[in-house]
Design a protein. Structure first.
Length: 181
């Protein structure tokens, strides 16, 4: 049976309590001084056919999983992202620019902490940029309609929820730094 975004998100939610990132929603509640809607990383409102982002992640550095289908192959990604796409919950994507700058500052202060992670971007005009070694996010990518992804990409046959959660834990210090600002 083929993996779906919904089933992968649920597997991650079910296993997350054994990892530091399992406290994501409690951390968010403290930082934003409001009650968390859920303790799960992904919520039914943030899970779609080809991607999911953490509950509350639209205006944040978002934990993200996604499915890409090309030439009959199914590729998955997991990591963090900034989505400069306008929506009801993000009418002005420029509010993400200071967060991108904080992410870049964290990368400079922690060289090698995310060894093995790649960076890419997507927009409707150019499609995917292709994976590049992780480096600071360029200013040219901080514009309306651009999706910026930092993480890993893998074939469906390599699905491993534990690996995803270990990588989410490696990203958690960056997330906390960005969102505590």
């Amino acid at each position: 049976m083929k993996l779906t975004v919904d089933s992968l998100a649920e597997q991650i939610n079910d296993a997350a309590l054994g990892y530091e990132v399992g406290g994501l929603q409690r951390f968010r509640a403290r930082v934003h001084r409001r009650r968390a809607r859920t303790r799960k990383i992904f919520h039914k409102a943030t899970i779609f056919d080809h991607y999911a982002f953490h509950d509350g992640g639209r205006t944040e550095l978002q934990y993200n999983i996604g499915l890409e289908e090309e030439d009959g192959d199914r590729w998955w990604r997991h990591g963090v992202a900034f989505s400069f796409e306008r929506s009801q919950t993000l009418s002005d994507p420029s509010v993400l620019i200071p967060k991108v700058e904080r992410f870049n500052a964290w990368l400079r202060a922690n060289p090698g902490a995310l060894k093995g992670f790649k960076i890419s971007s997507w927009d409707a005009e150019r499609g995917w940029s292709g994976e590049k070694p992780l480096a600071a996010i360029p200013k040219a990518w901080m514009e309306d309609g651009v999706f910026i992804f930092v993480g890993k990409r893998w074939q469906e046959s390599e699905a491993d929820v534990g690996r995803i959660l270990r990588d989410f834990d490696r990203l958690y210090p960056a997330y906390k730094f960005v969102e505590s600002g």
